[in-house]
Design a protein around this ligand. Structure first.
Ligand code: FEO
Length: 394
C-alpha cells in the first residue's frame, strides 16, 4: 500500500490477503480480504490496534519494523477472533513490554484461544480511556458485532473510530481509503449479511451508541478505510433499521425440470404484479449473494423437489443458513414437485424457527405442473403482491 498514513503518527500496518477465497471454511471471498492493523504514536506511548491473521504475522512485523517502531506499550484487541488476534503471540514476542488491552470477556477468550497469560492483560470497562501522551484512546464496548466480547476504540483527538469487524468488508485493495463506493457497498453488504445480520437488534443499539461521537474516519479491520464515514453509516442504518422491500428471494433446486417450471412460472407471475424477484439456483449459488439478497427481502419462496422423502439437501442447507442469519423477512412459502409423497414442507418449515414469518400456503404438485398447479402459483403470487402492498413494502 503506497499511503499508510491516516494522520500524523497514525499508520495502517495491516496485511492484504489478495488470494484468500474462503473464510471460516464457509464464506466465499470473491475479492480476497485484508486484516487491518493500525499503529498510534503518542508523545509518551505507542499503541497497536488489533493484529492480523496468523498466516500473515510476518507481514505485520515487517510493517512495524519499516516504521521504526521499537516499543509498543499497548496492543488493543478489539475482538478475539483469530483473523485479528492470531498474531498476538508473535507481536508479544517482538514487543515483550506490551500489554494487551481488551474487554474482560475478550481477555478470557484470548486466554483460551491463544494461551496468553493473565499478567499480559489490561481489562477495560466501557468508556474507559488510556492516554498515550497527547492522544486518548476511549474503549466503547460493542457486544455482538459479531461476537459477545467486542469493543471499538475511539481516538479522541483525531476523531478516528477503530471499529474492527463493524463497517468492514472483505475486499483486498491497494487503496487505503474507499475509492469505489459501489464496489465497497457490495462488499460491505455481503459482509454484513454473512456475519452481522443475525445480531441486527444489538447492532441497532451499537449504532445508537456511537451516534454522539464526532467521527472523521472509520478504520475497520477488513477492507478500505472510510474517510467519508457517512457513506457506510447510512448503509448500515438502512440494513438494520429499514422495513423490508418489495422483494421475493427464490432459492431453488430442480432435478428433472418440474420444480424449475414452477419457479419460472411463479417468477413471471410475481413480476407481472410488480414484485421484484431474485432467483437462485442452489447448485451454483454463491451463498454470499443469497445472504445479501436476504438483507432487504420481504418474502422467501423456497423451491424444492422431494428427494429421499424430504427437501433436497442443498435446499435444507440454504434453509438452515437463512434461519441462522435471521433476516427481516415477513413471509415464507414453499413450492415444488414430488413423485410419490414425502415430508418436504413439514421438514423445511421445522427448520425455520428463528424466522418470525407468516407461512403462505405452499404449492406442491405431483410430477410436472399442470393447469391447477399454475392456478395455485398465480394465487400465491397474488397473495404475496397483496401482502407487500398492505405493508407498504416499496
Ligand atoms: Fe474479522 Fe470476526 O473477525
Amino acid at each position: 500500500m503506497s499511503n499508510v498514513k491516516l494522520a500524523e503518527g497514525v499508520y495502517w500496518v495491516g496485511a492484504i490477503d489478495w488470494d484468500r477465497r474462503l473464510f471460516d471454511s464457509l464464506i466465499p471471498l470473491p475479492d480476497g480480504t485484508s486484516y487491518n492493523s493500525y499503529v498510534i504514536k503518542g508523545s509518551e506511548k505507542t499503541a497497536l490496534i488489533d493484529t492480523v491473521d496468523p498466516t500473515m504475522q510476518d507481514v505485520l512485523i515487517n510493517q512495524l519494523n519499516r516504521l521504526g517502531i521499537e516499543n509498543i506499550s499497548y496492543i488493543v484487541a478489539n475482538h478475539a477472533e483469530q483473523d485479528h488476534s492470531g498474531a498476538l503471540p508473535r507481536v508479544l514476542e517482538r514487543y515483550p513490554e506490551a500489554k494487551v488491552v481488551a474487554t474482560p470477556r475478550c481477555k478470557d477468550m484470548l486466554k483460551d484461544l491463544l494461551m496468553i497469560p493473565e499478567e499480559k492483560f489490561i481489562a477495560v470497562n466501557d468508556k474507559e480511556t488510556i492516554s498515550l501522551g497527547g492522544r486518548t484512546l476511549e474503549f466503547i464496548h460493542a457486544p455482538w458485532v459479531h461476537w459477545p466480547e467486542t469493543m471499538l476504540t475511539y481516538l479522541r483527538e483525531d476523531k478516528i473510530l477503530f471499529a474492527c469487524d463493524f463497517f468492514g468488508s472483505h475486499l483486498a485493495t491497494s487503496d487505503l481509503y474507499v475509492t469505489d463506493e459501489g464496489q465497497v457497498y457490495e462488499a460491505a453488504k455481503r459482509y454484513y449479511a454473512e456475519i452481522m445480520m443475525p445480531f441486527r437488534t444489538t447492532i441497532q443499539k451499537n449504532l445508537e451508541k456511537i451516534r454522539d461521537y464526532a467521527i472523521d474516519i472509520i478504520a475497520p479491520s477488513h477492507g478500505p478505510v472510510h474517510d467519508k464515514p457517512e457513506f457506510i453509516l447510512k448503509a448500515y442504518h438502512s440494513w438494520v433499521f429499514d422495513e423490508p422491500k418489495n422483494i421475493v428471494v427464490l432459492p431453488y433446486i430442480s432435478m428433472h425440470g418440474s420444480t424449475h417450471k414452477m419457479v419460472e412460472y411463479l417468477v413471471e407471475a410475481l413480476v407481472q404484479r410488480d414484485v421484484t424477484v431474485k432467483q437462485f439456483d442452489l447448485t451454483v449459488t454463491d451463498i454470499g449473494k443469497l445472504a445479501m439478497a436476504l438483507v432487504d427481502a420481504a418474502t422467501v419462496v423456497i423451491g424444492t423437489p422431494t428427494v429421499l422423502a424430504g427437501p433436497h439437501p442443498n435446499v435444507a442447507y440454504a434453509a438452515f443458513l437463512a434461519n441462522a442469519l435471521r433476516p427481516k423477512l415477513r413471509f415464507v412459502s414453499i413450492i415444488g414437485s414430488y413423485g410419490w409423497g414425502g415430508k418436504a414442507v413439514e421438514q423445511l418449515a421445522a427448520m425455520l424457527p428463528n424466522l418470525k414469518v407468516e407461512i403462505l400456503e405452499p404449492v406442491l404438485c405431483k410430477g410436472f405442473p399442470k393447469e391447477d398447479d399454475f392456478k395455485a402459483l398465480d394465487s400465491l403470487a397474488a397473495t404475496i403482491a397483496e401482502k407487500h402492498k398492505e405493508h407498504n413494502f416499496a
